[in-house]
Ligand binder design. Structure first.
Ligand code: GDP
Length: 317
């Protein structure tokens, strides 16, 4: 990727897209193209084609998606499949038709089978059944990464994909019902502390294992792979730091200074039992994360408080 390249970041207002834009700016890439949802509907193939024809980007980073935690996904697999499938097909196919030279497609490690070997290698893709709670999202992301792979084989386009583990950081959604576990915990503990609640309700049994990556580390990984001459079709990206939901809750409670006890609601889903990705491929190429979970949590609690004070925080429900 060249400094003067015209780079389209799809989803620049989301947590991932905004982190990619910050990293591009830090890296001296000054020719970034963005469109808000109101300006460009990525579900509309004709609108996406017209956008690419008018803007002619050299590079595209596809960070646009409907995303959510286990609550949002399991309640709306149909919508997660439909919208993410259209976003993936329109942005990737549209780029190829317009001659975009290079494209990075972002997904998530939930594309891998529910009972994949751990840590999950890229080769586990499509080897057995998916986790039901986010099957719609996973199928759409698998379509997107496969489309990139086919276009690379058939047309020689350098289109490739990055699958990050669970992400967190500035600009996250703090929706109590539809959000991901880490930001939701921050909000729950912070509000309990402010109200002086005796207990905080959390979902499931606390036994599932998850890995968390700060979104600024992911953004650096995006720039890193975009600067590889011949990257693999598919690369995992994660911190390698695994934590149980129970231990995560203790860390978040400590980071917020909340004294409430935890009330586990086992009627809520646990989701996939373990989700640690094998990052040996990207590490062998020279990338490594820089932000530990403890440091990232400290920064993110501070960021949440600042976003609340500025009234820019995405609270949802
Ligand atoms: P996942 O990693 O794709 O399953 O999605 P999430 O980021 O929503 O994490 C879900 C895991 O966190 C499950 O094991 C949930 O049972 C657990 N969890 C505990 N409390 C909460 C909560 O308040 N919200 C969410 N989303 N998950 C929670």
């Amino acid at each position: 990727m060249r400094k003067a390249d015209r780079i389209y970041v799809a989803g620049h207002r989301g947590m991932v897209g905004s982190a990619v834009c910050r990293a591009l700016e830090r890296g001296g890439y000054g020719n970034v193209v963005t469109r808000t949802h109101a300006e460009l509907d990525l579900l509309d193939p004709a609108a996406v084609r017209a956008f690419y024809a008018a803007e002619r980007p050299d590079v595209a980073v596809i960070a646009a998606a409907r995303v959510g935690g286990i609550g949002a996904n399991s309640a709306a697999n149909a919508r997660f499949l439909y919208e993410n499938e259209l976003i993936a097909l329109n942005t990737v196919w549209g780029a190829a038709e317009a001659g975009v030279r290079r494209l990075l497609f972002l997904g998530s490690t939930c594309i891998y089978p529910r009972l994949a070997p751990q840590p999950i290698p890229e080769s586990a893709l499509l080897t057995s059944a998916l986790e039901k709670t986010n099957e719609g999202y996973a199928l759409a992301k698998i379509s997107g990464l496969k489309l990139c792979e086919f276009l690379r084989r058939e047309r020689g386009l350098c289109y490739h994909s990055l699958m990050p583990t669970n992400l967190y950081g500035p600009g996250d959604s703090y929706d109590l019902v539809g959000g991901h576990v880490l930001p939701t915990m921050i909000r729950k503990f912070e509000e309990a502390r402010q109200r002086g609640d005796a207990s905080v309700p959390l979902w499931g049994t606390g036994t599932p294992l998850r890995e968390f990556l700060h979104v600024d580390d992911l953004a650096e990984a995006c720039l890193f792979v975009l600067n590889l001459a011949d990257p693999p079709d598919l690369l995992n990206v994660g911190s390698g730091e695994e934590v149980s939901i129970r231990d995560l809750a203790e860390k978040v409670r400590a980071a917020t200074g909340c004294l409430a006890t935890i009330d586990w609601d086992a009627t809520k889903p646990d989701g996939t039992p373990r989700k640690l990705c094998d990052t040996s491929r990207i590490r062998a190429l020279g990338w490594a994360p820089r932000i530990s979970l403890d440091e990232g949590l400290r920064r993110t609690v501070a960021c949440y408080r600042a976003e609340c004070a500025a009234e820019t925080v995405r609270l949802g429900r």
